[in-house]
Ligand binder design. Sequence first.
Ligand code: ADP
Ligand code: ASP
Ligand code: MG
Length: 426
Amino acid sequence: MALIVHKYGGTSMGSTERIRNVARRVAKWHRAGHQMVVVPSAMSGETNRLLALAKELAPDKPGKSHGRELDALAATGEQASSALLAIALQAEGMDAVSYSGWQVPIKTNDAYTKARIESIDDARIRADLDAGKVVIVTGFQGVDPQGNITTLGRGGSDTSAVAVAAAIKAAECLIYTDVDGVYTTDPRVVPEARRLERVSFEEMLEMASMGSKVLQIRSVEFAGKYKVPLRVLSSFTPWDIDLNEEASSGTLITFEESEEMEQAVVSGIAFNRDEAKISVLGVPDKPGIAFQILGSVADANIEVDVIIQNLSKEGKTDFSFTVHRNDFQKTMDLLKSKVVPALGASDVVGDAKICKVSIVGIGMRSHVGVASRMFKSLSDEGINIQMISTSEIKTSVVIDEKYMELAVRALHREFDLDQPTDTLAA
Ligand code: ADP
Ligand code: ASP
Ligand code: MG
């Protein structure tokens, strides 16, 4: 008997029929003797629907100014799906109870729409598990120190599940989704992508942070910090398949790096079209400019990603960086109104139609020339690279958004990630 956390994403919870299948699958695990905690997302489309309603009412002021209410609104999606799952489990003859974030409580900071989990009180969950119940905990939400409802950022139910698994010291956290594991790249963009049996924790961390939305980055960070065994698998297999077969399917995120894993130069390709590029032009080239520009951006709680500073010409330089597209206008406004005049820079220009494509692999530590192979492959396709950033196990480029799919496919081929064509038909 083990303590197991299951997480089900929006598509997996997308209709009453699917919720019934989730209930049956969970009941199967419970009847096999496991203690079960389940973390569901909102039914697919629900979070978008709710946020669109808010935007209709306040088209010009998205984000921070309505943060508290946006979170109270969006959190209802998970509250509904959790209650529905509890009802479905009860209809299957199970003893089940659902809790919202604040009822557990899952305590977070007060950064609305992107709150961070600070602690989870496991007492209520444990008492119910000991009483033989299936416990359902809403994904995506928590409560701040003032008792306000918060949400954890898009895709945040993954993080809820891993954080709950860490808090109750679960034996494993299984992330059920609409693909049957982690692939070499998004299989919806590259049909030739291959499922990985195992992916190292470090690679998963890079892939998630570079845009592979199969797992929210913070869920991988939590898994790493608390050593939570994590597996990504499909919720679309028949609910009554053999439990052992199910338990070993999908992709295991592993802390052990085998030799075989290191032999692959590149394990995966991630891409992200959620970024925008901003350039501050004609900045006087003197000590402190990076701090003056990026310090004020950070003070506004805006995260900066890729950064480059050009060589200076006649004492002036251009300074470029990327931010999340949602923060684009806010960053432009901030720079125009405060930073540009204070620095004596000549202008600020932005481009929201860019994307970032990254190759990731622990094999990059021991193979040389990987980045240049990447650049050559892109150049052969006539794709211009605007920015580059690297770390030990990844290289990212910022390119025009219209070349994204072309770039991902070319790199997938270049690094021998395409599956053999004869297996593609399935
Ligand atoms: P859920 O609602 O279950 O959380 P998401 O839509 O958030 O599901 O994440 C699953 C999706 O992630 C897949 O449908 C797939 O399109 C996308 N994805 C992106 N990169 C990858 C990858 N490397 N491997 C698998 N899926 C990926
Ligand atoms: N429902 C939330 C979202 O759509 C959280 C999640 O699905 O993980 O982002
Ligand atoms: Mg998700």
